[in-house]
Every structure is written in structure tokens, then in C-alpha cells.
Design a protein around this ligand. Structure first.
Ligand code: PLP
Length: 419
């Protein structure tokens, strides 16, 4: 018998993977959609659920991506590893997003915000407490489970039908964001020494935090000796000039906050992969070690930098022409959001978001979100995202995404209002 037939692997799986009891939300939605499609082959299903972009990268930015690829093909312009990112891109990010307030050694180029959030969870390790807005983007909690910081005590405390969302994980402080508190949570539950994940404009609620609210969040982080991971991936959707686009508009934030951001939803780079994190030098761990130095060490160890091609595209996205294209693209999705809001209004469904964000959070008091999901699929042939997938407080909501072609959004809205 060949030796490999006797092979018995003795390597154990990381037990934290087993603690992720919930199936990830989107595969479950896909499963249900396929099941429905198999039974209803004539239905033209429209997806209004996912946060994936649909419109092409605009020409000026796309041209820079093409030219970036060409540069790699010429000896005089070829470049290899760019470690923490091309200096030109870090400079322009500091200037455009932060008024030049950060040095380039405080801005780290990434292959996207989600990837950096995962690496940040390695930076914090298993010993930290975790606090999140509830509902929130799943990687904050699921990534914390993987890093060992959540879900250890008794695993998942229960998840609703479909295995997504439910009651939440042990070891995570959920900060409910509801219509009653205008989607800004009571901060008094944040424990000392927490990593607070906070997202504005928010996925999934579409709510945007005001300046006084962000000041209160910063004060709560100072009071509890916590670090905020501020996710500003949708900041380019903010149209109301009074709303803050970065947490660093708040005094004292440099001492308690890391900001992650991305070109995904602004320039259509979901498939290109480019983002950044700001890690200020004024930020320190409880033992006095600099967070910036720790992050630099960690990323040098497990990350070799974002694609140079993508970075040339990023530089073009932030020049005058690129800024105009970002504006056009985000205006387009906001136009979709307006149509969705209007359609929901005619159905008397109360909702939030969609004015300074690409998500609309629709409320169905007394009903389960998978239930509402099924109703929309069966009645309108429209796929939405059940709110419970984003945390316990999402149970009576579904999320509509404005990412879609205009033709699809118009057709979906017509069905909502006419069926
Ligand atoms: N942050 C939030 C709040 C998101 O909703 C998403 C994607 O949907 C991301 C980050 C992911 O960004 P990236 O494509 O840069 O990884």
C-alpha cells in the first residue's frame, strides 16, 4: 500500500473557526435565492441586497490603472514591493482627506478596508474587549471571534433561522442603534480597554454620525482607555456639509482612533483592491508601546503591500479629474438610493439612510427579518439583506443597497409600487 494511504494529519484547526457558528450571511442569501429560482424559473430576480459595486471604473481613473500596468512592463518605470505604499499616494491621501494633518508614515496603504480590519484584529490579539454598533458590518465581530477576542466563553449564543445573526456572541458589547436612539448608541456600556468598532456612514443602517455624537464617542474612548477603529469606507457619500467625513475632525481623536478607508465604494475599486489606514503616532497601547510602530511591524510581517497598479489608479482618483469622477459615481448610486426611498415611502415602510449613504434600512416592526426577506423575494422577486445578519438589533429590518444598474433599480421600484 502506498505510504500516503496511511497518512493521518495531526494538525488541529484553529478552534476559533469552529466558534464561528453562523454561516456567513451572503452565502445563505444565495442559497435561498437559488432555491427560489429553481422553483420559479421564469422569475427575473433583481438583487438589491449586496454592497458590491456595479458601475465601471470611470475613464480617467481606469486610464491610470492601464498606464500603471504599462509602467511595470518598461525597465525605466518598473517597480517592485512598495511596502507601506507609494509615497505619492500617501501624500495625496493626507492632503485630500485630512488637510495634510498626517505624515506619510502615519498613512498605510492597504488592499482594502476589510483586509486591514482583519490585520488590526491580529494587532489587538485575544485579550481585548470588543464593542460594536449593533447592527454592524460583520467582520468587526466575526474577525474578533477568529482572533480569539470574542466568542470564547460559551461560543455563539444562538442564531436565528438560516444561521446568521441571532443573539450575538459572548464577549462582545453590542451597542444597539435603533430608531429610538436615532441610530446613535448609549455609550455607557463600553468597558475599559475596549476596541470600539464604529462605522459612519453606517453599513447597514445608512445613518451618519453627527459631529457632537462623534465628539461624545471620542470622549467615551478617552474615559474608558479604549481605541476606536473608525470605518469611513462610505465617507464619499456624505453630502450634508455639517456631517463629519473623518473622526479626526474631532479634537483628541488622534490619541484614541485608527481610521480605515477604501477606494472600493468611491472609485469602484471593489475588484481592484485598494484602501488605507491612518495610525497616528500619538496613539499608544496600555504598556506604552506605539500603535503606529506595532502596526508597521505587523504589516511588514504579514502583508507585502497593495498592488502598484492599483496605487497608480488611486493617485489618479484623487486628482481634480478623479475627484470629479468619484463625485459622479457616488451621485449615481445616491440617485438609486433616492428612488428606493421613494418607492418604500409609497408603501408606507419607514426607513433611514440613503441620503448620505448607499444603504437604506427599512423597518418592519414585529416581524422577523428573514421572514420579510422571503416576502420580498416571493412577491417582488427582489433580493434584500435580512437585518439580523448584521447583529441582534437588526432583527426587524431589511437592508436595501443602492449598488445596482439604474434599469434594475427602476424595475425593482416599479414592482414594489405596482404589485
Ligand atoms: N467597511 C464597510 C463598512 C463595508 O461595508 C465594506 C464593504 O462592504 C468594507 C469596509 C470593505 O471595504 P474593502 O472593499 O475596502 O475591503
Amino acid at each position: 500500500m502506498a505510504a500516503w494511504n496511511l497518512l493521518l494529519i495531526m494538525v488541529k484547526r484553529n478552534p476559533n473557526i469552529g466558534r464561528l457558528k453562523a454561516g456567513y450571511l451572503f452565502p445563505e442569501i444565495l442559497r435561498r435565492r437559488r432555491e427560489f429560482a429553481a422553483l420559479n424559473p421564469d422569475a427575473r430576480i433583481i438583487n438589491m441586497g449586496v454592497g458590491n459595486t456595479t458601475e465601471p471604473v470611470p475613464p480617467h481613473i481606469c486610464g491610470a490603472l492601464v498606464e500603471g500596468a504599462r509602467r511595470l512592463g518598461r525597465p525605466e518605470t518598473y517597480s517592485g514591493y512598495a511596502d507601506e505604499g507609494l509615497a505619492g499616494l500617501r501624500e495625496v491621501i493626507s492632503r485630500v482627506y485630512y488637510n495634510g494633518a498626517f505624515g506619510i508614515d502615519e498613512i498605510f496603504i492597504s488592499d482594502g478596508a476589510k483586509c486591514d480590519i482583519g490585520r488590526l484584529q491580529t494587532l489587538f490579539g485575544a485579550e481585548v474587549r470588543v464593542a460594536v454598533q449593533d447592527p454592524s458590518y460583520p467582520v468587526y465581530v466575526d474577525g474578533s471571534v477568529l482572533s480569539g477576542a470574542a466568542g470564547r466563553e460559551n461560543g455563539f449564543a444562538g442564531c436565528g433561522e438560516g444561521g446568521c445573526g441571532g443573539e450575538g456572541y459572548a464577549g462582545v458589547t453590542y451597542l444597539p442603534c435603533t430608531p429610538e436612539n436615532n441610530y446613535f448608541p448609549d455609550l455607557s456600556g463600553i468597558g475599559n480597554g475596549s476596541v470600539i468598532y464604529f462605522c459612519s456612514p453606517n453599513n447597514p443602517t445608512g445613518a451618519v454620525t453627527t459631529k457632537p455624537q462623534l465628539a461624545a464617542l471620542t470622549a467615551a474612548a478617552h474615559r474608558t482607555g479604549s481605541i476606536i477603529v473608525y470605518d469611513a469606507a462610505y465617507s464619499e457619500y456624505i453630502r450634508d456639509a455639517s456631517l463629519p467625513k473623518t473622526i479626526y475632525e474631532i479634537d483628541g481623536a488622534r490619541k484614541c482612533a485608527i481610521e480605515v478607508n477604501s477606494f472600493s465604494k468611491s472609485a469602484g475599486f471593489t475588484g481592484v483592491r485598494l484602501g488605507w489606514s491612518v495610525v497616528p503616532k500619538e496613539l499608544f497601547f496600555s504598556g506604552g508601546e506605539g500603535v503606529n510602530a506595532g502596526w508597521s511591524r505587523l504589516t511588514a510581517t504579514v502583508f507585502n503591500g497593495a498592488s502598484n497598479i492599483a496605487q497608480y489608479g488611486g493617485i489618479a482618483a484623487l486628482d481634480d479629474e478623479g475627484r470629479k469622477e468619484i463625485r459622479g459615481l457616488t451621485d449615481f448610486y445616491l440617485g438609486n438610493a433616492r428612488l428606493i426611498r421613494e418607492a418604500l415611502k409609497t408603501l408606507n415602510i419607514s426607513c433611514t439612510g440613503g441620503d448620505n449613504s448607499p444603504y437604506i434600512w427599512a423597518r418592519f416592526p414585529g416581524r422577523g427579518s428573514w421572514d420579510v426577506f422571503s416576502e420580498f423575494l416571493e412577491k417582488y422577486h427582489v433580493v434584500t439583506t435580512p437585518g439580523s445578519g448584521f447583529g441582534p438589533a437588526g432583527e426587524t429590518f431589511i437592508r436595501f443597497s443602492a449598488f445596482g444598474s439604474r434599469v434594475d433599480v427602476e424595475e425593482a421600484c416599479r414592482r414594489l409600487t405596482e404589485r
